[in-house]
Design a protein around this ligand. Sequence first.
Ligand code: MG
Length: 363
Amino acid sequence: MWAVDLPMARPYSLAGGRSRYRRLDSTIVRLDTDEGIVGWGEGCPWGSTYEAAFARGVRAGVEELAPTVLGLDPSRIDVVYRAMDRALPGHPYVKSPLDMACWDIASKAAGVPLCDMLGGRTDGRVRLHSSVPSGSVSEIMAEIDIVREQGYSFHSVKVGGDPEGDIDRMKSIDARMADGEELTFDVNRGWLPAQAVAALDATRELRRVVEQPCNDLDQHLQVRRLVHQPLAVDESLVTMRDMLRIIDTDACEVVGLKLSRIGGLTVARRMRDLCMEAGIRMNIEDTGGTGLQASAVVHLAQATPEPLRRATWLCHDRLTRNPVEGGAVTEGGWAVASDEPGIGAHPDEVALGDPVAVFALES
Ligand code: MG
């Protein structure tokens, strides 16, 4: 297990600047097998304030789970997952890197790219969306100009500051979109229900998807009854019970499937299939990380048909360090899953440095 410091190219803020970020702390794990196949996984919370996850929690969780996982057959993925759930109920984000490494091993053992283990590669490329931090209209447009240069035509703009200011920002940003550009307003839990209703009433003609307006699903459902915009649930989708409740209450048109928040690829695949049945579109991504995490995410997105797959955000574009070779091929605002068996991404162990911990099967 390695701890990996990931500085950002530009500072980032959410919810009107209430949360600020300059670097991420990621955890990369390598699972070795007695057949010589090696699997890689990663867990990288977006700081400690974005949701109920933090980097040292990932490493404590991996340490807690290592004695359970060691000795199991990593290609029996649901068996491994049930063992992890028995050993440590809850804490989905600490299971994601171990689960990712098992999927890497299982698909390498089968000789197929991960997307073919997750339902099969769909045609075409995976559309990416940018992540535009909170700021003034001119700061937001300056960031959009940077990502437009990089090829992005789909933007997730972070609002969720003072609602009056957000109304102006949303109208101004919407008016500055070019033909063919798509836009989400991501509130990141920033509004109270009454503020959300007022802000969405004042901007109802924009018809853009508004993401995670309030702190939790109960508040979200209060808002849902009173507004007309398409809504997305992101931070409030953690467990499979949340997913079932979202479907049962017709809570939204879009969900954010972030691998580590919901417990990794095993759970994401189940939620993906439920969303397909319910007709809910998905942003398939993770909370952060290197090209390893990005490549795993692109495999799941590549195995999910459009239009149910909506967009994918890849964190490593924002970083100044990516100690990983290979994996998903990204070009402008698009990505294609690797053809190699497994995830196809290879962390550079020299660049990773010394592991912070090594766990071995007791003989
Ligand atoms: Mg979001």
